[in-house]
Design a protein around this ligand. Structure first.
Ligand code: FDA
Length: 317
């Protein structure tokens, strides 16, 4: 939760390149990373996808990487998505799964959003190539939310891409004070909004700091999305948020095909399966690739129990 006292430290560590080298070199890190990231190679995520689909869950695949300052790296990321999407044809989607069961999630900062010249336009053009390739294989695309300095640029890119790719989804973060208004603005017909709590270290003038405030904001935002005409995507492992979604679905009459639950790969797997067995659409956000450090540190920051486990593994207990 946001009020975890170690959270700011771990999130800062997640941005340090010196620590990155030290932490990624530890053998124990790799075995723990495997809980959250099925592998570094495309083949690994394709096998994980097969298993997830066979278990009755949908998937959103993220090629790990963020904050690129190198145009060649941004191009390599686009190519990784194009290669992955080309592989989607090899995947058999079991009957009965929601359509489309396959989605990719993108981070615009990995596509060049922060390149010194024309970063915004480069990210837009790169995302457009991925949207076109996804559309050709019948997959959905989602644009992830990053830190609050990117929100305006990200939402502007999403708005522009949705003109040609109207199923494009994006993420709103309940910890941001602006998000309830953004939910209102973005809950029209055809919208697809993934609501999460938010995973970055943000200052108090833009973001709620206490866990209870974030939870209350999440619940207000869910109310707006469920009352709207779009397709809410409830991205949380929190039983209280999941209960709120059930209650809102009942109150607003949204059927099980009118919204979905989303959780991260490796987290609350039993609950994911239980919801899917109950007839809900459950989408598993599944990252792959070798740039897992920032993602891994955000997962450690969320849950002190994970950190304790990591610390124990380090000292061999
Ligand atoms: P939180 O971490 O507050 O935990 C609340 C409760 O959930 C816990 O008390 C416990 O009961 C349960 N729980 C949580 N983790 C558990 C675990 N490991 N095992 C058992 N129980 C657990 N963020 C962002 O900034 N931009 C983005 O684009 C995305 N995208 C995204 C996609 C999807 C599908 C998800 C699920 C999440 C994201 N996030 C994200 C991350 C998100 O912002 C947030 O950091 C995490 O989901 C953690 O918040 P929770 O809502 O899960 O609850």
């Amino acid at each position: 939760a946001v009020s975890n006292p170690l959270r700011p430290l771990l999130l800062a560590a997640g941005r340090s390149s010196g620590l990155k080298r030290a932490v990624t070199a530890l053998p124990v890190t790799r075995s723990m990373v495997r809980r959250y990231v099925p592998g570094e190679a495309q083949d690994a995520v394709v096998s994980a996808t097969r298993e997830i689909l066979a278990s009755g869950r949908a998937i959103s695949i993220d090629h790990l990487g963020e904050d690129t300052s190198d145009p060649a790296q941004a191009e390599a990321t686009v190519q990784a998505y194009l290669d992955l999407l080309a592989d989607f044809g090899r995947l058999e989607v079991p009957a009965g799964l929601p359509v489309p069961a396959l989605e990719v999630s993108l981070k615009l900062s990995a596509l060049g959003q922060f390149l010194p010249q024309d970063g915004h336009d480069i990210a837009l053009a790169n995302a457009r190539r991925i949207c076109a390739a996804a559309e050709a294989v019948g997959a959905w695309v989602n644009v992830d939310a990053e830190d609050h300095t990117t929100t305006d640029s990200t939402l502007a890119i999403v708005r522009e891409l949705r003109v040609d790719h109207p199923t494009l989804a994006t993420v709103l973060q309940a910890y941001l004070r602006r998000t309830e208004d953004d939910c209102r603005a973005l809950s029209g017909p055809g919208s697809r909004i993934r609501l999460c709590k938010g995973a970055y270290a943000e200052p108090a003038d833009v973001a709620f700091q206490r866990g209870e405030e974030v939870d209350a904001s999440y619940q207000r935002c869910l109310e707006v999305l469920f009352a709207g005409e779009g397709y809410p995507m409830v991205a949380s492992h929190d039983p209280a948020m999941i209960d709120t979604a059930h209650a809102l679905a009942e109150r607003t009459g949204k059927g099980k095909d009118g919204y979905e639950f989303q959780m991260l790969y490796g987290i609350r797997d039993d609950e994911q399966r239980r919801l899917a067995a109950d007839g809900h659409t459950v989408r598993v956000y599944t990252p792959y690739g070798d740039e897992w450090y920032g993602y891994f540190m955000r997962r450690l920051a969320e849950r002190p129990a994970n950190l304790l486990f990591f610390a124990r593994s380090l000292v061999g207990r």
